[in-house]
Design a protein. Structure first.
Lengths: 388, 388
DNA sequence: CCTGTTATGTTCTCACCAAGAACAAAACCT
DNA sequence: AGGTTTTGTTCTTGGTGAGAACATAACAGG
């Protein structure tokens, strides 16, 4: 919302709030319910919805009566309304999906790629194959930090400061981009295990640890858009040098690389992920060596979480990727090491440690969220309303 | 601002914005200037100011003409308008000050105390001595975490979970309270070295390290109001056990306790602070032993800052307390160790490390800010306007 | 000293907004 | 079948900021 507000902006503001209420709700809400939630009168709600319907942003369908009272309507996405596309761009695959208001995801297409920036041309082509005039914004999840929003750095693809302006050109639809770990956290905050929490954290554990601090349902980005490298803090006393250039990083003790290193394999960004999964399976089957590796991983994970909880005081911490397995296999180890790292006075109220509920769809879901954030920006909604 | 807004709330919103513009400005602004800043018309500004003047929130005084054009008025605090009182409650002294809109501080009284919660009765009495009906809100800075906003824990006074409800009773004026390190950071963000920065951090280095993450000019509080214990993360590999209950805390290597420990003195919360200052002086005078202690302190400080910058990506980091001396004496050591702890790709754009400019007045200034935040809350402003 | 320029204050009209009251409608309950 | 409950609809009303037109008070320059 623009700082300055005229009485006309007030209307836009309430319409955005209404759209957000529809988008954020777990299930479709009725018009009367929306009026109650927003604290506005039924008459005003009717007027707002009417305009939004004409602008093809909302659609009213009869709601089956529930109890007494005159039947109302359900607020659902307009069948000809704007759509967000979401792209989950991974190590060697990508997925393109279409996402309606409310967050319903329809997978459109997937593909593999050759790990070169040429893949962006493929993505553009895939988007073009499915795009209609309903496509409003593309949200893209990628790994690696995206400095200042356009300088992409994906170390395991060997992409060093690739300029997104050269990849996402003027022929693209409006595109917003962020990194996968942050978007996975955003997805948990908006639609998953962290919903409704004022202060929370999320960590995605893959080769190493990426994460984000979530405040009021929004992911923090930092001054240069590269916040969230919690894995590169020296929290567990490792003596090793990290690929990132620092020493003793938490990620050296947690994640696929750390698991693999326990088995003497040289950690890197090749088959490490498969081997790590195997190690987890071996540990589950009782293999002693594998169990020790998983124990160490879980312990280091817990230690780091405790340290971070001291500093940032999250209500809960959710995990995705290998973190889900570690919770399943070693919750006690994680929690006891977390508690040991907590300041004593915090131990009676430790952060909840949760497995993410959005799961593998985290980056895609998060990408959809930032795309819809862009669509539901006041200025854009205002333009859509005026155009109609 | 309430989520729900009627057209009347719009007026309040703009009046709050106007008051904030006056409060936040470095120097008094004119009415025409305020209109430009807020993006409203001169007519609207005149109406808003008129109501605020009647409500004794603002006062207009003729501005000496600067260049051409019809002379305008300066917006200054109303001579009979509300005042905030700010209290800086320290280890064994306290200071009470009165703060007008705009942030001008008038020290009223100071005192010593016996380190027992009885001091709160003294504070209440001091406030009563100076209070008039202009007193609106008291802001109080204390050390130690304040869990859930009311459970006070000051380890070096031996206060363990003292309930503020028993100390700040219903006979007190409206009082807001927060801890000194966080408020010092808030002061830097609002009126000091961090002004205008979207993401920044502040650390107050005393016996140990307290700090806060500052986002958009506001200090983060966490889920239980106990965020900011950055000093209790194991960032520098210390093998020692910390008084907090964890192990290896950063604070074991940085701050007065760490300096004192270098000299074989048992760190605690007694004369440590004086000895630490002496060590700094000896180091300045060239004493080798003291220099080594200061070197180690500065190195550990830098290492920790680098780690935190990886995670949170602040634009700048400001320091207060001993941190100011460490910057003065060992900026290079701090910066080189910070750089070594940074991920390599961050090193060409490291966080600025700044000495705080609010200085010793940080907690008091921050306490005044949270008090004025409470006064300038939309609901309160609305009530004041209606009462007039 | 007079006149034009410039920035601001002031007044008035206007489009717009949400609240609220009163009434209508459509379901359920007994 | 009639009362109850919830929501939709309509109309009036008080309030808000924008914008245009004009007034005012300083300065600058001849």
């Amino acid at each position: 919302m623009p700082e300055t507000m005229t009485s006309a902006d007030l209307r836009t503001r309430n319409q955005v709030r209404l759209l957000r209420a529809v988008h954020d709700a777990a299930a479709p809400i009725t018009r009367a319910e929306a009026a109650r939630v927003l604290g506005i009168g039924r008459n005003t709600a009717a007027a707002l919805v009417g305009e939004l319907e004409r602008a093809r942003l909302l659609h009213e369908v009869p709601a089956e009566a529930a109890g007494r009272g005159r039947p109302t309507t359900l607020l659902v996405p307009h069948p000809e309304g704007p759509l967000a596309f979401a792209v989950d761009f991974r190590e060697d695959t990508w997925t393109l999906a279409s996402v309606a208001l409310g967050g319903a995801i329809t997978e459109l297409e997937g593909g593999e790629h050759d790990r070169t920036p040429r893949v962006f041309a493929d993505l553009r082509a895939a988007i073009a194959r499915h795009a209609t005039d309903r496509l409003a914004v593309v949200g893209l999840a990628t790994s690696g930090p995206i400095r200042d929003g356009h300088r992409l750095h994906i170390s395991h693809l060997g992409w060093d400061e690739v300029d997104l302006a050269g990849l996402i050109g003027p022929d693209w639809p409006v595109t917003v981009i962020d990194n996968d770990a942050r978007l996975a956290g955003l997805a948990e905050a908006r639609r998953g295990a962290l919903r409704g929490m004022g202060t929370a954290m999320h960590f995605h554990i893959d080769f190493d640890i990426g994460g984000t601090l979530l405040l009021g349902g929004d992911a923090q980005r930092g001054a240069h858009n590269i916040a969230g490298e919690f894995g590169h803090m020296p929290l567990t006393g490792s003596p090793l040098e990290c690929m990132c250039g620092a020493r003793g990083c938490w990620s050296l003790d947690v994640g696929a690389n750390a698991l693999v290193r326990h088995f003497g394999a040289r950690p890197g960004y090749g088959e490490g992920r498969e081997l790590a999964r195997e190690i987890l399976r071996w540990a589950e089957d009782g293999d002693a060596e594998a169990s020790a590796a998983v124990d160490a991983n879980a312990a280091a994970l817990g230690t780091g979480l405790g340290a971070l909880a001291n500093a940032l005081d999250p209500q809960a911490i959710s995990l995705s990727g290998l973190g889900v397995d570690l919770i399943r296999l070693r919750r006690d180890t994680i929690e006891s090491h977390c508690a040991a790292g907590l300041m004593a006075f915090r131990r009676d109220e430790p952060p909840q440690i949760l497995a993410g509920t959005v799961g593998d769809a985290g980056p895609l879901t998060g990408a959809a969220e930032i795309a819809w954030d862009a669509i539901l920006a006041p200025d854009r909604v205002k333009a859509l309303l005026q155009g109609a």
